[in-house]
Design a protein around this ligand. Structure first.
Ligand code: SAH
Length: 215
């Protein structure tokens, strides 16, 4: 898409993402395509391609571009997958995923965020994203199994329903740990076995719900 932010977007991909080792060309292309500035408040648009997270409605945040790219790359999407996202927020992560897989299901617990995200998906004709208001720690049983699951809020453990709803083979990424300080975990399910790897220290807003931090 050509717009006045095309240059900053190209620079974001080159300097913040590719330069830090994200090499999956499909992920880089998606990050070059999705107009991140539309997912933040108009007053913050000039900062939309800068190297840090930004505030969105309800005290939540849209993650730093590099973190979005990194978590997306870990899912190793090839195009035909069904993906579950927990924490729709601004909708930006779901939008990036939607360019890389067949169908995105995204769950958000705050009603104040969903209408705006849906409006942007429609305006961009990203019709392969379905978003609903619910407690994402319960997953989305009716749409399971998922080839990939991404949790964009941090909690003390991976909610068991998400592990149940992960396909075999399947990949799940989530920040796990204490409030305000977690480790990015990658779970891979293959041949009936589940493996968990701890990748890096990260800082996400809290996952709230039955299997996350309590309300
Ligand atoms: N992926 C988002 C990041 C949003 S921040 C983006 O690209 O903008 C994390 C989001 O997780 C917040 O919007 C928060 O409300 C949501 N969240 C926290 N706990 C949740 C839960 N149990 N179910 C669904 N969403 C949850």
């Amino acid at each position: 898409m050509s717009d006045r932010y095309q240059l900053p977007r190209e620079e974001m991909v080159a300097k913040q993402i590719r330069a830090r080792g994200i090499l999956d060309e499909r992920v880089l292309t998606a990050m070059r395509q999705v107009p991140r500035h539309l997912f933040v408040d108009s007053a913050l648009r000039p900062q939309a391609y800068d190297d840090y997270p930004l505030p969105i409605t309800g005290g939540q945040t849209i993650s730093q571009p590099y973190i979005v790219a990194c978590m997306t790359e870990l899912l190793q999407l090839r195009g035909d997958e069904t993906v579950l996202e927990i924490g729709t927020g601004s909708g930006y992560q779901a939008a990036v995923l939607s360019r890389l897989c067949h169908q995105v299901y995204s769950v958000e617990r705050l009603n104040s965020l969903l209408p705006q995200a849906r409006k942007i998906f429609d305006s961009l004709s990203y019709f392969n994203i379905t978003a609903k208001l619910a407690d994402g720690t319960l997953g989305w049983p009716e749409a399971a199994p998922f080839d990939a699951i991404i949790v964009t809020a941090g909690g003390p453990e991976i909610p068991p329903p998400l592990l149940d709803q992960l396909a075999d083979p399947g990949r799940l990424v989530m920040p796990v740990g204490k409030q305000e300080q977690q480790e990015l975990c990658l779970v891979t399910k293959k041949g009936g076995e589940t493996r968990t790897e701890i990748l890096a220290g990260v800082r996400f807003v809290d996952l709230i719900g039955i299997h996350g931090w309590k309300n």
